[in-house]
Ligand binder design. Structure first.
Ligand SMILES: NC(=O)c1ccc[n+]([C@@H]2O[C@H](COP(=O)([O-])OP(=O)(O)OC[C@H]3O[C@@H](n4cnc5c(N)ncnc54)[C@H](OP(=O)(O)O)[C@@H]3O)[C@@H](O)[C@H]2O)c1
Length: 221
């Protein structure tokens, strides 16, 4: 599949490289054409850089991997407000979090909802913001594969995102509609606060067996 990657930085490269290794053809673009060609070269032979104006037409699915500060500009760069992404699945990986404090930067709503507003007609899925890019691809035992929580309003888009997450060696957990994206983005802030306090966030959430009866009620408090 032609996986369009909007962004040319660390996450873009690690995801593109992992998907290329899984048989996909990454197409990468960004505001700086030199950064886009360098990113494509680092992803491997199956990847190529695209002009922002050609990007949406080439990509079968779009993965947004840019800084929060550049998010709206990046979606505009590829014609999102003009409808270039209408009908496409758009996976938003943005971490709109102040790394020092763990505070979420959007005053209200979420980065993913900003992407949806900036790209009318696109089916936006929030995913892949919580784990470091260096986590991918995961190649360990299946029973300890990372679980990537995702949310979105369109089943087809959730299925596509889940398939791409599977190609990274992880498992997707769909946890609701895009209105829940802020909660997923807050989870990144929570992780950063636990790390800043000197602890492993893996140990800061309960180990809960979802098969146990009534377990959802007990964890919800
Ligand atoms: N790195 C990770 O492990 C990781 C994991 C999960 C989520 N994330 C999230 O993924 C996103 C990208 O992270 P990263 O680590 O790849 O960052 P990065 O290496 O700093 O790359 C940032 C990207 O955003 C672009 N950008 C910045 N400002 C822009 C603007 N005003 N207009 C257009 N593009 C702009 C940069 O373009 P230029 O090259 O032109 O500056 C670059 O392509 C962030 O939201 C981050 O929180 C990262």
């Amino acid at each position: 599949m032609n996986v369009g990657i909007l962004g040319t930085g660390n996450l873009a490269v690690t995801l593109g490289r992992a998907w290329a290794a899984a048989g996909h053809s990454p197409v990468v673009t960004g505001r700086n054409p030199l950064h886009a060609s360098e990113a494509a070269a680092r992803m491997g032979d199956a990847a190529r850089a695209a002009d922002p104006g050609d990007f949406a037409g080439t990509a079968e699915v779009v993965v947004v991997a840019v800084s929060w500060e550049g998010l709206e500009a990046a979606v505009s760069l590829v014609g999102g407000p003009q409808g270039s992404l209408a009908g496409k699945t758009v996976i938003d990986c943005t971490n709109a979090v102040d790394y020092a404090t763990g505070r979420l930067k959007p005053a209200s709503g979420s980065a993913a909802e900003l992407v949806a507003r900036s790209a009318p007609g696109a089916s936006v899925v929030k995913a892949l913001h919580l784990f470091a890019g260096a986590s991918w691809p995961y190649a360990g035992p299946a029973e300890t594969a990372p679980v990537v929580a995702i949310c979105g309003d369109t089943q087809r888009a959730l299925d596509l995102a889940a398939a791409l997450i599977g190609d990274l060696g992880a498992r997707a957990a769909a946890v609701g509609g895009l209105a829940g994206a802020r909660q997923l983005e807050e989870a990144a802030g929570f992780v950063m606060r636990v790390v800043a306090a000197g602890h492993n966030p893996r140990l800061a959430v309960p180990d809960v067996d979802p098969a146990l009866p009534g377990v959802a009620g007990t964890t919800a408090g």
